[in-house]
Design a protein around this ligand. Structure first.
Ligand code: GUN
Ligand code: ZN
Length: 438
């Protein structure tokens, strides 16, 4: 008989069973003094500690996180690992930023040694920030995908990633072709998709850098490999939107370009989705594709304000994306803080319950990974983050006067960052403990 490992984690457990937009507070579960029981890396059960402890075998290893919050690991639905070393590059909006900073930085990933070094740092940085699932852009180079998948596998992280497809309007040195991008992507799907917790995403950078022939190849890859993901960018910046209208004069809108190539579907994630109309939102919702709300990036590049309210009303799946390196933080807490402010600028309130739902179960639903991650339903992988109310003097002081859960969560997103992450567990195992990387 195979021996089973049983672990238990005691603390304040918080997760979501649905979208608070629809269900209100009932969407949120909280056990003040709770116990998360983990068997072989998966959630066995959660409930009040007193009740569950009485039933556990006496030799069960119990980790005491009392006084701290235990939440499902964060799901980052849009990030570029190769842009780690260009975060905080000054002065430009999207198109000049790509030319001046992004393309030169991504060129270096031709070197597999460089790719491995950055990928290792990147995955550790996700863990330091409590992120346990991420959808990631690599670069145009095949070996850049190998590097990030290898780094994720070494830490058992759930990662969706893909090779950038880009055959025009970029430097020659970063250009592939419809045929080579098809071959490279096919080989990477064979090698990585479904290996452990790794999944592949077909990844045309955005419409301006792909020919129609390449967008067709992207759809072919998806048709030939059911279950494979798709990621791209859409309607981020007004100048970009005008450019797409020139490049695809037959299109009704920017999103329509992807729609005509049958790229709007389940498991497709579109970053930004700022300059959309009601028809576009209807198409996203009907197709099952998701929008990634990348607040720090949108503010940093001056791109515009995503409208979470209209997206919710249209029934669009929405997740949160840090979008490093246009985004300015790996921290989903920092990103939620800016998401709240973006909603404010649009005259809406992003409630703390909905914000944390979007960063966990909402992200998992965007990626169609909610059968395995996103909350503490029994059978899901025990990925979780432990938040420390005493992380900074100000957070501690403010939380000491704030008893209600929603208000406490709001303070974590308003004042918190990587310092608030006491520990990150992947499949039950501690992969980051503040001050030490395991
Ligand atoms: N649009 C096309 N490529 C990119 C990118 O790398 N970052 C962002 N923010 N937008 C893009
Ligand atoms: Zn991006």
């Amino acid at each position: 008989m195979v021996e089973q490992t049983l672990q238990a984690f005691r603390g304040t457990l918080v997760d979501f069973v649905d979208d608070p937009q629809a269900l209100g507070e009932r969407a949120c579960r909280c056990f003040d003094d709770g116990l998360l029981v983990v068997r072989d890396g998966r959630v066995a059960e959660i409930g009040p500690a007193a009740e569950l402890l009485a039933r556990l075998p006496p030799q069960t290893a119990i980790t005491d996180y009392r006084g701290r919050l235990i939440l499902p690991g964060f799901v980052d639905t849009h990030i570029h690992y190769a842009q780690t070393d260009m975060i905080g590059s000054y002065g430009e909006q999207l198109l000049a930023w790509l030319e001046n900073y992004t393309f030169p930085t991504e060129r270096a990933f031709e070197d597999p040694q460089h790719a491995r070094e950055v990928a290792g740092f990147f995955i550790d940085e996700l863990l330091r920030n409590g992120t346990t699932t991420a959808m990631v852009f690599a670069t145009v180079h095949r070996q850049s995908v190998d590097a990030v998948f290898e780094a994720a596998a070494a830490r058992d992280l759930c990662l969706v990633a893909g090779k950038v497809m880009m055959d025009r309007n970029c430097p020659e040195s970063l250009r592939d072709t419809p045929a080579s991008s098809y071959e490279d992507s096919s080989a990477l799907i064979e090698r990585w998709h479904g290996r452990g917790r790794l999944r592949y995403a077909v990844t045309p950078r955005f419409a301006p850098t792909s020919s129609e022939a390449q967008l067709q190849m992207a759809a072919r890859l998806l048709d030939e490999h059911p279950g494979v993901f798709f990621q791209s960018h859409v309607a981020e910046n007004p100048q970009e939107v005008r450019w797409v209208a020139e490049l695809f004069p037959w299109s009704r809108s920017y999103l329509d370009v992807y729609d005509r190539f049958h790229l709007l579907r389940e498991r497709a994630v579109f970053a930004h989705c700022i300059h959309l109309d009601a028809h576009d939102r209807g198409r996203l919702a009907a197709s099952g594709a998701a929008a990634s709300f990348c607040a720090t990036s949108n503010l940093f590049l001056g791109s515009g304000l995503f409208d979470p309210q209209s997206a919710a009303e249209a029934g669009v799946r929405v997740g949160i994306g840090t979008d490093v390196g246009a985004g300015t933080s790996f921290s989903m807490l920092r990103t939620l803080d800016e998401s709240y402010k973006v909603a404010q600028m649009g005259g809406h309130r992003l409630s703390p319950l909905r914000a944390f739902y979007l960063a966990t179960l909402g992200g998992a639903r965007s990626l169609y990974l909610d059968d395995t991650v996103g909350n503490f339903e029994p059978g899901k992988v025990a990925d979780f983050v432990v938040l420390d109310p005493a992380a900074t003097p100000l957070l501690e002081r403010r939380l000491a006067r704030t008893p209600a859960l929603a208000d406490r969560l709001f303070l974590f997103m308003t004042l918190g960052d990587d310092r608030a992450v006491a520990a990150t567990h992947v499949a039950g195992r501690a992969r980051h403990v503040r001050g030490a990387l395991l």
